[in-house]
Design a protein around this ligand. Structure first.
Ligand SMILES: [Fe+2]
Ligand SMILES: [Fe+2]
Length: 297
């Protein structure tokens, strides 16, 4: 007999269950992030949390030996990745992952209705969801600043790639919902693996290691909730498609970031995505996050 508390994220749900879960998520997300500051693409509670980190900075005991290696490779990898130290690879890899997120949400923010024009609970959820994603980019930026990298710029992708990202949210739901869900799942997988990597790369930097984990936890708690929320858009066939998409999607996305193959076990990440069921997450994270009712055993 299984004692697992949660079921697979790919567990089937009825239309009625999904409707109830949207209502429940909407209640959760409003208290979780606090008031939406639409002009600033921000949320009141999240802003306060970031300010706390900024007001209580920590620094590396030993500053980066070669920040130029970071600045040379963070937007595009120009050196042979095998020639770079793991700290530099980790930091350029974080930037590249976050940059994809930033480009995606920039396009989506202008494509979805603002709060005043959000008529359904789903629209309202999507607006707050995007504001949370902007908060994540600020938290990633704070991670880099914590490592002494205060000259980082957020650089747009090539014009045609930006166009692709801008069109994506305008697709009809039956095309857009499955990749959007798998993207959130990929985020959680990446952050869980990154959390482990901090222990390894920052073994001699306990203060910065603890701080980067705190910053990452803020993001991961939101992303776990996003996984359930995006899953909630999807019916039976879409759920099968989603599970099938994990491998090609993760493979394609991580191939685009040369740091990932150097630092992470991509086949294991794919397995973790396909088997994701919330049970491996620490309790303190689950308590602050949100899980669909039909994924609870
Ligand atoms: Fe995010
Ligand atoms: Fe997300």
């Amino acid at each position: 007999m299984s004692t697992a508390k949660y079921r697979s994220v790919f567990t089937a749900a009825t239309a009625q269950q999904r409707k109830e879960n949207f209502d429940d998520y909407w209640i959760f997300t409003q208290q979780h992030g606090g008031e939406l500051l639409e002009e600033e693409k921000d949320l009141l509670k999240k802003r306060a949390r970031l300010q706390y980190f900024k007001d209580n900075p920590v620094k590396l005991r030993t500053p980066l030996a070669n920040p130029e290696a970071f600045y040379r490779n963070y937007v595009d990898m120009v050196d042979d990745p095998a020639s770079l130290d793991r700290m530099t690879l980790m930091l350029t890899g974080i930037y590249k992952f976050a940059r994809h997120e930033w480009v995606g949400i920039k396009g989506a923010w202008d494509a979805v209705p603002n709060m005043a024009n959000s008529l359904t609970v789903e629209d309202k959820i999507s607006r707050v969801h995007l504001a949370e994603e902007f908060c994540h980019v600020r938290l990633f930026d704070e991670m880099l600043k914590t490592c002494g990298l205060d000259k980082v710029e957020w650089v747009p992708l090539s014009p045609w790639k930006e166009k692709v990202y801008e069109q994506f949210p305008k697709f009809p739901g039956f095309l857009m919902d499955t990749p959007a869900f798998v993207t959130e799942l990929m985020g959680v997988t990446f952050y869980c693996h990154l959390h482990h990597l901090f222990n390894d790369v920052l073994a001699d930097e306990p203060e910065v290691c603890a701080r980067l984990k705190e910053l990452l936890d803020e993001i991961t708690i939101d992303e776990v909730a996003h996984v359930g929320q995006r899953r909630n858009f999807i019916g039976g066939i879409g759920m099968k498609v989603s599970k099938w998409l994990v491998k090609p999607f993760y493979t394609m996305f991580f191939n685009d970031i040369p740091e990932v193959a150097q630092l992470f076990d991509v086949p294991q990440m794919i397995k973790d995505g396909e088997n994701f069921d919330f049970n491996e997450l620490p309790d303190y994270m689950v308590e602050k996050s949100w899980i669909p009712s039909y994924c609870k055993a």
